[in-house]
Design a protein around this ligand. Structure first.
Ligand SMILES: Cc1ncc(COP(=O)(O)O)c(C=O)c1O
Length: 462
């Protein structure tokens, strides 16, 4: 098995995913970027401000369709990442058609103070499908902004400013979102963020600081931490978290019910960030449906059908009392083109039964991956819900030492065989394919992943 690579371990940036500074990434570039691709890659690096995880980029894409992307050299990859935006697949014909029709109707941007039919319809549709009694909607262009709106609303509604969120979580790159986010990668080096943003552990049953293996113990300790903060820091506005984390770590229902009870007892709101997990990803339209209805639900990514940037919040009638405040006030809050795309995407999810499809394919994939774990010591743990799956790679199952360099090697080997995904936390393979992926494609991808894991175990590194 591969040894430790100081260049690809221990950096905060690896918390988010595979990084663009490792020797393996350089080797990938040398092999894959030639001719046209090399030229555009270099131009990209010339014009964009460099930052971790984006510029310099991985490769240059020419096309994205269904569950696949295609690079400039014509190589096709089953994209099992898609930034969580491609639930209906890239450029679903029905979403493209809806966007085209809206362009033809000569109504795209809608100046604020006016409304338009697609925006009203989309808000109505979200009120219809959102869990429980959530029925009031605000839109904005991106997830970070939606998080800011949720925080603002919680602060207005409670008259308080403090928040509890989770270490290692990501809620966006803006100041408010980075304050509640738990990654040093996004908030380090920029000075003070929002005051009163407290963090606690997410209930990770495989990796937790206490070495607990019994989920009940993990739940109890995590709830104890939340209650401790609530007691010692009175006047908490909200607890904000993803119902299922991006890794994914999947808390028990009992855990979230415990958090909700604590919120009620201490007068805080519960905000669920479903920017990744919403719209069928977990096998239900919203991940909240596996648990409970939050006070504010935050949506994004796939909301725009993977074509137009769109995000927003859905909340209860009870909080529709701030008509004298601007909570969002985003220029594109009622963009007719985004709304047309969003409406079409939800209709696709419903018409094509993508929630049930994700549930079925996800269950089968988890079964296969758990069988794989019996053959492959590199697999420490497999977690998943619907088509939201994580494989935690370890050098030693007892110590759970993270197999960071190995995860990167598996990733590049798979890319060489046409299966693309990203790593998270340095050592986790995350699989979040488009929900339109077929059983055959999913099975093929798992074959490729198993082959790559086997090769890395045998020391055949990238
Ligand atoms: C869980 C979660 N929340 C918020 C965001 C921020 O969304 P955006 O990049 O659209 O600002 C992201 C983006 O990756 C996310 O994964």
């Amino acid at each position: 098995m591969a040894g430790k690579d100081s260049e690809s371990t221990g950096r905060p940036e690896a918390e988010q995913g595979d990084v663009n500074t490792t020797p393996a990434r350089r080797r990938y570039w040398e092999r894959n970027l030639t001719g046209e691709s090399k030229r555009w890659f270099e131009e990209d690096a010339l014009h964009f401000l460099h930052q971790s995880l984006s510029t310099p980029v991985l490769n240059v894409i020419a096309k994205a369709e269904g569950a696949r992307i295609e690079d400039l050299a014509g190589r096709r990859y089953l994209d099992m990442h898609g930034n969580g935006v491609h639930n209906t697949g890239f450029n679903h014909p029905a979403v493209v058609e809806a966007v085209r029709k809206q362009l033809d109707a000569s109504l795209t941007f809608c100046p604020r103070r006016y409304t338009n039919i697609p925006a009203v319809r989309l808000a109505g549709k979200l009120a219809e499908i959102a869990p429980g009694d959530l029925n009031r909607v605000l839109f904005c262009p991106g997830g970070t902004d939606a998080i800011e709106m949720a925080l603002k609303l919680a602060k207005l509604a409670t008259g308080r400013f403090k928040t509890i969120s989770f270490w290692d979580s990501f809620h966006g790159a803006g100041f408010g979102a980075a304050s509640v986010g738990g990654e040093e990668h996004f908030h380090g080096g920029i000075g003070p963020l929002l005051p009163g943003a407290f963090h606690v552990e997410f209930p990770n049953y495989y990796r937790n600081p206490w070495g607990f293996t019994n989920p009940d113990d993990v739940d109890a300790e995590c709830l104890r931490q939340i209650e401790l903060v609530l007691r010692r820091e009175p006047e908490m506005a909200a607890v904000i978290g993803e119902p299922v984390s991006a890794d994914p770590v999947i808390p028990s229902k009992r855990y979230w019910e415990g958090v909700r009870d604590l919120c009620r007892r201490y007068g805080a709101l519960l905000i669920f960030d479903e920017i990744i997990e919403g719209f069928g990803r977990t096998g239900k339209m919203f991940a909240s449906e596996h648990y409970l209805t939050p006070d504010i639900l935050v949506l994004g990514k796939s909301l725009g059908g993977g074509i137009i940037p769109l995000a927003g919040i859905v909340t209860r009638e009870e909080f529709n009392t701030f008509g004298d405040r601007s909570i969002g006030h985003y220029t594109h809050e009622k963009n007719a083109l985004s709304a047309a795309a969003g409406l079409a995407a939800i209709e696709v999810i419903e018409r094509e039964n993508l929630c049930a499809h994700a549930e079925r394919l996800g269950a089968r994939a988890l079964e296969r991956l758990r069988e794989m774990a019996e053959r492959h010591p590199l697999i420490g743990c497999v977690m998943g819900i619907g088509l939201h799956i994580g494989i935690d790679l370890v050098r030693d199952r007892k110590t759970k030492e993270k197999a960071t360099r190995e995860a990167e090697a598996v990733m590049f080997k798979c890319m060489g065989k046409g299966v693309a995904f990203k790593t998270i936390n340095g050592n986790m393979i995350t699989l979040r394919p488009a929900l339109v992926i077929t059983q055959e494609e999913m099975d093929g991808a798992l074959d490729v992943i198993e082959e790559a894991i086997g090769e890395v175990e045998r020391g055949l590194n990238f």
